[in-house]
Design a protein around this ligand. Structure first.
Ligand SMILES: [Ca+2]
Ligand SMILES: [Ca+2]
Length: 314
């Protein structure tokens, strides 16, 4: 009797899993929308590096131009899409891509125990935690500057530009970078992201506009005239705590010549203040149904066994 019941429960579970997997696959194939691999909000109003930086004084630098508010990674069969949303996007100098100011550097830790901890070139003036060395760098800026680099590249490498494109989405606040899927592969939940926002400067090291002690028309203020403060104005990080932007970007020491050491964000880091929404709902529903059936089946079997072990009343 119990065996028959267990068999029936297992059959029902198998049928449900099969049907839901098929529905899920069909939905993914039929949907033209890219599949979201990772997404996270960034605090609003933290376009101040470690907390002290101020914008250049020229009127072109509108407040919020470098304030990242949201980051999303998604993919379809052709491309991986990196979306960075800002409080403000303008095209002061008519870049063909539709944005003139943002310099976006996304260093990705795809492979555990591999990768590097420097930024390849002098520019961002940051280092990366050796536990999360990066393997791929996606760099995006206007005027045809989009490139992909690997950790095997060197300072002189030109990177891969074929097939990479950047543009502004219809919301007029989001810069989307398209990278052909074969270049970096399908994003995995274990990937870690260092999303660094700077100000594009054609004359700057690695295209970064420098941060100095005092702001001028074309340089940021609030740093140091020694070269070791980060030239990163905003980065993707949780609000407050040990891994906040302020703590990480503020970990440099200009006098000792020590760069700030950064830690990436990832799907596994559901930290305080992080709005992580990257889980697809269908697998969650399947897991919930399977869990409920298993628990329910076990309870019924247990009750029946218990009932059968009670000696009959005289
Ligand atoms: Ca921000
Ligand atoms: Ca931030």
């Amino acid at each position: 009797m119990q065996r028959t019941y267990l068999k029936a429960v297992l059959c029902v579970i198998a049928v449900i899993i099969t049907v839901m997997t098929l529905v899920d696959l069909w939905a993914e194939t039929a949907s033209a929308e890219p599949i979201v691999a990772f997404e996270m909000n960034d605090p609003i109003g933290d376009d101040y590096g470690p907390g002290t930086y101020t914008y250049p004084t020229h009127k072109a630098f509108l407040p919020g131009l470098l304030d990242l508010t949201f980051f999303r990674v998604s993919y379809d069969v052709e491309y991986v899409y990196f979306d960075t949303t800002f409080r403000e996007v303008t095209n002061t100098w008519n870049a063909p891509e539709g944005f003139s100011h943002q310099l976006i550097n996304i260093y990705i830790d795809t492979t555990k125990g591999a990768g590097r901890t420097d930024a390849i070139r002098k520019g961002a003036m940051v280092a990366f935690d050796k536990r999360y060395g990066w393997d791929i760098l996606i760099k995006a800026l206007g005027w045809g500057g989009c490139r992909a680099f690997t950790s095997n590249d060197n300072e002189e490498s030109k990177g891969i530009s074929d097939g990479l494109e950047a543009g502004v989405l219809p919301d007029s606040k989001t810069v989307r970078v398209k990278v052909p899927l074969p270049i970096i592969g399908q994003p995995e939940a274990s990937w870690g992201y260092y999303v660094l926002i700077g100000s594009q400067d054609a004359f700057g090291d690695d295209d970064f506009r420098p941060v100095m002690e005092e702001a001028t028309s074309w340089t940021f203020g609030g740093g140091s005239n020694l070269e070791f403060n980060p030239n990163v104005i905003d980065m993707l990080a949780p609000e407050g705590g040990k891994f906040s932007q302020e703590r990480l970007l503020g970990s440099y020491d200009a006098d000792k010549g020590v760069l700030a050491v950064l830690v990436p964000v990832s799907a596994g880091m559901a930290r305080q203040g992080v709005a992580f929404l990257g889980l697809s709902s269908t697998p969650m529903v399947v897991l919930a149904v399977v869990g409920l059936l298993l628990v329910g089946g076990a309870v019924v079997v247990w009750i029946r066994r218990k009932g059968s072990s009670i000696p009959p009343k005289r």
